[in-house]
Design a protein around this ligand. Structure first.
Ligand SMILES: Cc1ncc(COP(=O)(O)O)c(C=O)c1O
Length: 364
């Protein structure tokens, strides 16, 4: 038995669309990227979209075009967030997370830190939205720009608003295992025309405007990627529902083994990019992952260490931050197999393996 952590839900329709682009001989700067951008803007209720080559590129470009010099980022997230911020030339302020959803907790920061910052990057962690109402209070009080990184939450909602519709700039990733994929890829979404033109200019060769304060890069998406993306976008809601059905099986099973998980708050629709489980304190995480591996099941160590304890974080930001929630949760949180092609029976097999790994304390 082998149950992977993640797998794209991709097949004949995508193959057909790839073949169509190949026979058109228009692999780049063709109409398919434009069509994909239009479709993304419509889906995420934004005026403009710029498709790019990765989520990291999208986040870098968002911070760069906004001219952000000091940015707050949560530490229980992908290294890409830190990489993008540092490459954009911003100084980083690390923030702790709320234990319920592992999302950014601005109350962990001092008035001085909040006053110094110009923007926050909110990552909708694992697919569960941050409490956007609570964040709004800080955005207004400290005049912070909201950069919404919904790379993990494509297809999720906060109240009745789709994620991706909140940021001054919102960005996502279409990496192979994400809720929708183009292999590699990403997008920026915004309503401000000037910002849109600037992001276009910053990411490709064919932009019409010139901006003195920005040195452009080549972050272009190909038409082959966009063709895959259009099919994936049309399946996004179905794929998220498939993830949600699997999550409800996990929730039921795990309750019995004293394994914690992220409970879906009533104000969100969790998109379950990752199914995060929180191990009991007597279970040793590394040994647990190893035991699961011996049963043929991949479990992920997630964001351990958290960003402020990584080499990059220490070397480029410093090791002063004390963020107790993230530090405690990083040592206990694992991700379990989650992807639309997983069956309910597979989830039950995973849960059986969890039961025996937890009963033995994760020890060997
Ligand atoms: C929250 C978050 N932001 C940004 C990225 C970067 O996306 P990409 O891998 O497409 O560069 C990722 C992950 O892959 C992510 O999880």
């Amino acid at each position: 038995m082998h149950i992977p952590l993640a797998q794209p839900y991709i097949g004949e329709q995508e193959t057909k669309e790839i073949a169509r682009v190949i026979s058109s001989k228009r692999l780049a700067i063709g109409d398919t990227v434009k069509e994909f951008e239009r479709a993304l803007a419509e889906k995420f209720q934004r005026k403009y979209c710029v498709a790019v080559s990765s989520g990291t590129a999208a986040l870098y470009l968002a911070l760069k075009t906004l001219g952000i010099r000091h940015v707050i980022i949560p530490v229980l997230t992908c290294q890409a967030v830190l990489r993008a911020a540092l490459n954009a030339g911003a100084s980083v302020i690390f923030a702790d997370v709320v234990p319920e959803t592992h999302n950014l907790d601005l109350s962990s920061l001092s008035d001085k830190q909040l006053s110094e910052a110009e923007a926050i990057v909110v990552t909708q962690t694992y697919g569960h939205a941050a409490d956007m109402d609570k964040l709004d209070h800080y955005l207004k009080k400290y005049n912070l720009a909201l950069v919404e990184d919904f790379a993990q939450a494509t297809g999720g909602y906060f109240k009745d608003r789709i994620l991706g519709s909140f940021g001054r700039v919102s960005i996502t990733s279409f990496y192979a295992t994400k809720n929708m994929t183009t292999g590699h890829g990403g997008a920026l979404l915004m309503d401000d025309e000037e910002l849109y033109l600037k992001c276009q200019y910053g990411s490709r060769y064919q932009a019409s405007n010139y901006y003195q304060d920005l040195v452009p890069m080549n972050f272009m998406m190909t038409d082959i990627q966009a063709a895959i993306g259009l099919v994936q976008l049309s399946k996004l809601d179905t794929m998220v529902e498939m993830r949600r059905n699997l999550a409800s099986i996990y929730n039921q099973e795990l309750e019995a083994y004293q394994v914690g998980f992220i409970h879906e708050e009533p104000w969100t629709k969790h998109a379950y990019f990752k199914y995060a489980a929180i191990l009991p304190s007597n279970v040793q995480k590394q040994a647990f992952i190893q035991r699961m591996g011996e049963s043929g099941i991949e479990a992920g160590k997630l964001y351990d260490p958290p960003l402020h304890k990584t080499r990059l974080g220490i070397d480029f930001v410093g090791d002063k931050a004390k963020l107790p929630n993230a530090e405690r949760l990083a040592g206990r949180t694992v991700s379990l197999p989650m992807f639309p092609g997983l069956s309910g029976d597979d989830v039950k097999k995973v849960c059986e393996a969890i039961k025996s790994a937890v009963n033995s304390g994760g020890d060997k």
